[in-house]
Design a protein around this ligand. Structure first.
Ligand code: GLC
Length: 422
């Protein structure tokens, strides 16, 4: 066919109509364009049991837009699996709003399971800067930051005081105290989250980053793990199990089991998120009043934590997107964010709360935590992050159980990650 003016004009009109159609389709799918009514909110295990009562506040004020909490398993991996089953099914899923781990945002957005949100509806400018980035994918906002997280080292203050030593700042100090002081008190030395699941990926990445290494570069597109620093980082964890200052039992720990071990008075040191410090300091904990928290130690000083936390997203099939967007704004507002900390023992995303003298008196770790969050390393924004994490967990667990040397583990990591990204 010859290209005529008329055909050109016709095509142009068609293009304009199509563009308008696509744009309005995108707009209609943005949360906020739809109606109001009841909703479900799916979340991984609410470890401090605060969210149900908190949502009652919303429900009392919005009787026609009640939110029903759906609590999924504690482990972020199992919750992800259940969320995906719900969101990717043929019909409309049960979940309207999702409290997703920061590391799944890209995958959910790329798959089209959650919808883009209008930035102007949420107080993004009041949040700690690194958290906003975890909620964006491909330049668009797909979720609203809700909780942040960074690892801390909990330690038995009573014991270190008695021994006249300051809390460890380096791996060498941690190893020495875990090896020599812990047994004198009938304790195990050090634990983190070492079961093969996302928690182990976090602990392994922290060890690698702290030694100066990386796992992936260019937002997950390039494998960078084959380095002396990665061998040193993984070597630290492997040595702990081999030398006995990491108990073998810790190879089965997630957050809760490791918290329990510390709280029962079985551990001198524990890497965990701040909620564990609050739990261990409360009446009911056998070590209440005898616990301290400092930044994670690294080879020559404070380590780099992985940036944790969760974001609130709206399912593409949400029944009432306008209510969903209003709920997100409510949960990230000043009052609820304060309660996230005071009732949930979780690190809020609003920056001003970390400077509040009243809160600092109640939660003395807040300034340390703020620094750790600001310096924390985000996980790669890859739609295939889950695959990357599975490789890291499997390889590092094999190394920690003694099936592979740190050197062989790093070579295998590079090979398996290459196969994924290549
Ligand atoms: C915490 C963190 C989350 C992390 C998970 C690992 O829930 O907030 O980001 O992925 O622990 O177990």
């Amino acid at each position: 066919m010859r290209w005529t003016h008329a055909a050109g004009r016709g095509l142009l009109v068609l293009l304009i109509v199509l563009t308008g159609y696509v744009t309005s389709g995108v707009q209609a799918r943005e949360a906020g364009a739809g109606g109001r009514g009841p909703l479900t909110l799916a979340t991984a295990g609410d470890l401090t049991g605060y969210l149900g009562p908190l949502l009652e506040g919303w429900n009392r004020a919005h009787p026609r837009e009640r939110v029903t909490l759906v609590e999924l398993p504690d482990s972020t991996d199992e919750s992800r699996a259940q969320m995906i089953t719900d969101l990717s099914g043929s019909g409309r899923g049960r979940f309207d709003v999702l409290n997703i781990d920061v590391n799944w945002t890209s995958e959910f957005a790329a798959a089209g399971w959650i919808r883009p949100l209008e930035r102007s509806r949420f107080p993004l400018g009041t949040f700690l800067p690194p958290v906003v980035d975890t909620a964006t994918y491909d330049g668009r906002l797909y979720a609203v930051p809700y909780v942040t997280n960074a690892g801390l080292l909990l330690y038995r203050k009573d014991i270190l005081d008695k021994e006249g030593v300051a809390p460890p700042r380096t791996w060498a100090e941690l190893e020495k105290y875990a090896e020599t002081i812990a047994p004198e008190y009938g304790l195990d030395g050090y634990a983190g989250q070492f079961l093969p699941y996302e928690g182990l990926t976090v602990n392994a990445a922290e060890a690698v980053y702290s030694a100066g290494g990386t796992i992936l570069g260019d937002e997950g597109a390039r494998v960078t793990v084959d380095s002396a620093a990665a061998r040193e980082g993984i070597g630290f964890l492997v040595r702990g199990v081999r030398e006995g200052w990491i108990p073998r039992e810790a190879l089965t720990y997630k957050e809760e089991e490791s918290k329990q071990a510390f709280q029962d008075g079985r551990l001198l040191f524990l890497r965990n998120w701040p909620y564990a410090y609050v739990a261990a300091s409360q009446p009911g904990s056998r070590v209440a009043g005898r616990v301290g928290a400092v930044p994670l130690p690294g080879p020559d000083g404070p380590a780099t934590s992985v940036l944790g936390g969760s974001n609130l997203a709206v399912s593409t099939h949400a029944r009432h997107p306008d209510t969903a967007a209003r709920l997100l704004a409510y949960l990230t507002g000043e009052r609820v964010q304060r309660q996230v900390l005071t009732r949930g023992a979780l690190p809020p995303v609003r920056a001003d709360l970390y400077r509040d003298p009243g809160l600092i008196r109640r939660f003395p770790y807040l300034p340390t935590l703020r620094e750790s969050v600001l310096a924390a390393a985000p996980r790669p924004k890859s739609a295939r992050y889950d695959q990357v994490s599975l490789v890291v967990q499997a390889v590092v667990h094999d190394a920690m159980t003694g099936r592979q040397t740190p050197e062989a583990a790093v070579r295998r990591l590079a090979r398996e990650l290459d196969a994924l990204t290549g």
